[in-house]
Design a binder for this molecule. Sequence first.
Ligand SMILES: [Zn+2]
Ligand SMILES: [Zn+2]
Length: 169
Amino acid sequence: MIVRVPDITADGLSVTDATALGSVYRDPAWRLLDVNLRIERDGSDVFVTGELRAAVSQACSRCLEPSPGEVTAPVEVRLVPRPATADNVELAADDLDVDFYDRDEIDIRALIEAETTLALPMKPLCREGCLGLCRACGGNRNVVKCECPDRPPDPRMAVLKDLAARLSH
Ligand SMILES: [Zn+2]
Ligand SMILES: [Zn+2]
């Protein structure tokens, strides 16, 4: 969905129909569940505010298995026309994320994808208390109860034990 900036009226636009947007995400495992966005304009500045909810799938940060989940992303973006040269950009220090648009067009699907990505948890877990991968054998400890010791034995400790055994005889 492309919104043309000159078409944004004084009343603004609402985007509330997730199904009308079609496939938003390039990742087929992701799906937009709910969207509630307001698009408003002040001169050439465009403000997109609201919230979206999406079903996403990330690799679990411990066991690396795909872990489906939901994210809710608050959206508060200010879009300004992309300047011709990079060095005359002056970003206002306010709470809004500032992004650029080109050729009077705003790609709402790309914006939704970017905002969803920003809202993803840094360390997703497939479930509370995921046991992760075994550091010794690489097995998924949720699935296989391997017998590996927690840490590989330290060769220096072996030398000391050996010495202690000899001294005690
Ligand atoms: Zn996991
Ligand atoms: Zn193991």
